[in-house]
Ligand binder design. Sequence first.
Ligand SMILES: Nc1nc2c(ncn2[C@@H]2O[C@H](COP(=O)(O)OP(=O)(O)OP(=O)(O)O)[C@@H](O)[C@H]2O)c(=O)[nH]1
Length: 408
Amino acid sequence: MLGWFKKKLSGRKEEAAVEKTAAQVDVQIDAQVDGTEELDPSTSSSPVTAEKKPDKVTPAVPAAVPAAEPAPTAEAAEQGDADGQGKDQEKEQEKPQRPSMFKRLQERLGKSRNHFVHRLDNLLLGRKKIDQELFDELEEILITADLGVNTAMALLDAAKSSVKREQLSDPQALKKVLRDKVLSFLRESDQPAELVLPESGPFVIMVVGVNGVGKTTSIGKIAAKFVGSGQSVLLVAGDTFRAAAIDQLKIWGDRTGVEVVAGPPKSDPSSVVFDGVAKGVAKDYDVVIIDTAGRLHTSVNLMEELKKIRRVVGKNLSTAPHEVMLVVDATTGQNAISQARMFNEAVGITGLTLTKLDGTAKGGIVANICHELKIPVRFIGIGEQVEDLRDFDPEEFVDALFSVEEGS
Ligand SMILES: Nc1nc2c(ncn2[C@@H]2O[C@H](COP(=O)(O)OP(=O)(O)OP(=O)(O)O)[C@@H](O)[C@H]2O)c(=O)[nH]1
């Protein structure tokens, strides 16, 4: 999990003592949300408190392990080293989980698949040859799939030149050409966040976006991921505008066992953020995640306030923020592009989280964002559960989007 975030301390700490796997955190939080399980203080209370903080740990999970993969416990890792069985056990555990995580992604992208790939299949299946008429219809499908005109045209051009170069005559072959090109767009912007990891001090993530896109929810889920991989996390309630937003973040703090720095409602967000980063540095947290109030990208005053918050983040840690993450709601389609442009101009976006891909047929927006903006997508949201915030894996995404579901 958190493939983009490589533990900055690897090498600085030899101890591998992940006490709780990401999967365990997810299950526990889900159970609490469902009301089926009380919080078990022995497992849920934060490994991170200001007063009593455990030694930093190097997760036993390598950075490239995908979100679905359960992190081995320190015990299992030790066992594996001793008799080589730990890895086998791990593989056994993974077997049923991997396909089901993929299947969930596939299902959650159902609306986008119906809108784009099923239409594509219908077009290609009904044709015997590749001609201009086919390209005209393909163009319409691409444009209406929320890929945006530029990206749709780039795809169409790629399809045309492949047909020419490889002398393709079977319309079916076009599907693979398009799949490969979409994947290349997604990879264009893909770059790991470890490139910006600080030499010392916490990795500071400032989360921004318009109202209601899912910032606070995503922060809670990201915190759960970090906790699951053995990182100490501090949340900062920089959204002082709504009292409910502070409460919402505190609830996530309780659920994930993570401390939250908050001020009174309507207090100056910059001052809360200043205190939060100061605490993160003083107490040597691994990760500090800052929530900010939702704001319209077109509101000059609010964007100025965001610039100020960004400057304040750097007062206690000159290299911070290491990630300015824009959360965008995929259901807004092309509007996500203009949001990203304006937030980028104001505060310099370094990563994206795209939420609510489960509720939209506009999944093509992911390719459009990667192609147009060249900003890496870190996470995608495909539902309300903790495990529904997925590390973005271009290949997995394209496979799920272009796949044909069994029985369909
Ligand atoms: N279906 C679905 N719902 C989501 C997803 N991500 C977030 N949500 C929901 O979106 C709603 C808004 O989420 P919040 O986290 O409150 O959004 P916010 O950006 O913090 O909102 P403001 O504080 O008003 O700016 C909540 O009901 C979330 O559960 C997702 O990936 N899929």
